[in-house]
Design a binder for this molecule. Structure first.
Ligand code: COA
Length: 128
């Protein structure tokens, strides 16, 4: 077994650009919410094996600012699986001055997704 297999991998890594900033020059909160939703939906889709939709943002907390050039990594963990819905906890880490500093937790969120069929209606999740 390779040593890296036990290391938790982020669902996505992304580099914010100057176009993602707010009027003060820091990264716009809505940009981060969008990235977190993408990361959560990837984890949810992988678990259920079919289409998912976001039904609720149960929590979203911005802990520290994100700066242009930070390497942003979003980690996802399934915290609850219901009949057709699943709740995902997400942690957002930022590496400032890439490679020179330890990653800091800059935000955390909990989002709920619903498994849906072709008809866009809730579809039962086969629990693993
Ligand atoms: C998600 C959607 C398919 C659910 O349809 P619905 O008829 O309300 O479904 P139900 O009431 O049967 O609920 C389905 C599941 O979602 C959960 N749910 C519904 N609303 C919720 C909420 N506000 N928070 C948390 N869970 C919620 C229910 O508890 C249920 O979970 P369970 O089956 O695991 O017990 C429908 O609301 C929808 O299409 N919403 C729009 C989704 C979307 O477009 N998202 C992107 C926005 S840009």
């Amino acid at each position: 077994m390779m040593a890296t297999e036990n290391i938790k991998q982020p669902e996505i890594r992304v580099l914010p650009m100057p176009s993602d900033t707010n009027a003060s020059g820091d990264i716009f909160g809505g940009w981060l919410m969008s990235q977190v939703d993408i990361a959560g939906s990837i984890a949810a889709h992988r678990y259920v094996g079919n289409r998912v939709v976001t039904v609720a943002v149960d929590k979203f907390q911005f802990l520290k600012p994100i700066l242009v050039g930070d390497l942003v990594s979003i980690y996802a963990e399934i915290s609850h699986v219901g009949n057709t819905s699943l709740r995902i906890s997400l942690n957002v880490m930022a590496e400032r001055e890439r490679g020179t500093e330890k990653a800091q937790k800059v935000a955390e969120a909990i989002l709920t997704y619903v498994s849906v069929g072709e008809d866009r209606k809730p579809k039962i999740i086969n629990k693993k």
